[in-house]
Design a protein around this ligand. Structure first.
Ligand SMILES: [Zn+2]
Length: 157
C-alpha cells in the first residue's frame, strides 16, 4: 500500500483535511492526484479521486488538468463495472463539507441501504449480510485492480 505524503506546495492549507491526510485508504498517488477508498461500511466500493493541490472548484483546473482527472475517474469507474457489475455508478463532485477538489466514484447496487437515493440521503433499508461481503470481488483485490488501472495514467514524477 502506498504511503501518503502531503504535497509541499504554497497551496497547502493546514486546516484542510484533504491537504493534511489521505482521506481514506490510499490506493495510488501520482504527482497530480491520488485515488483513495473511503472506509464506509454501507458503501464498500466507494473511491475518491483527489486533486493533490488545494483547489476548490473544477474550473480552477486547466482543460488539460480536467481531462487528466476525468481520465482517472473513468478508469476507476471501468474497474468497478468490470469487477462488481454494479446496478449503477455514481459520480459526484460536491465539496460542500471539504472544499478541496475531489470526485466520488461509487458502485451502487439495487440492494444497498440507500438505493435509488444518493449515498448522502436517508437510508431506505437495512442490509445483511454486510455490504462488503456481498461484493463479487474482495476489497484488497479491488484496490489492486484500481491501482493498476490508474497507474497507467500517472504523469511522470
Ligand atoms: Zn486542501
Amino acid at each position: 500500500m502506498p504511503v501518503f505524503h502531503p504535497l509541499e506546495s504554497p497551496a497547502f492549507r493546514p486546516a484542510c483535511e484533504l491537504c493534511r491526510e489521505a482521506g481514506g485508504v490510499l490506493v495510488f498517488q501520482s504527482v497530480q492526484w491520488r485515488v483513495i477508498r473511503a472506509e464506509d461500511a454501507a458503501f464498500p466500493a466507494f473511491y475518491r479521486v483527489v486533486w493533490r493541490a488545494h483547489v476548490a472548484e473544477w474550473s480552477d483546473l486547466s482543460l488539460a488538468e480536467q481531462a487528466a482527472l476525468m481520465g482517472v475517474v473513468g478508469a476507476v469507474e471501468r474497474v468497478l463495472r468490470d469487477a462488481l457489475q454494479p446496478t449503477k455508478i455514481n459520480l459526484a463532485s460536491l465539496g460542500n463539507v471539504v472544499p478541496h477538489l475531489h470526485w466520488h466514484v461509487i458502485a451502487r447496487f439495487d440492494w444497498d441501504s440507500h438505493f435509488p437515493a444518493p449515498v448522502w440521503a436517508a437510508p431506505a433499508r437495512e442490509v445483511a449480510p454486510a455490504p462488503a461481503a456481498r461484493l463479487r470481488t474482495g476489497l484488497p483485490e479491488l484496490d489492486a485492480r484500481v491501482a493498476r488501472a490508474v497507474a497507467a495514467l500517472a504523469p511522470a514524477a
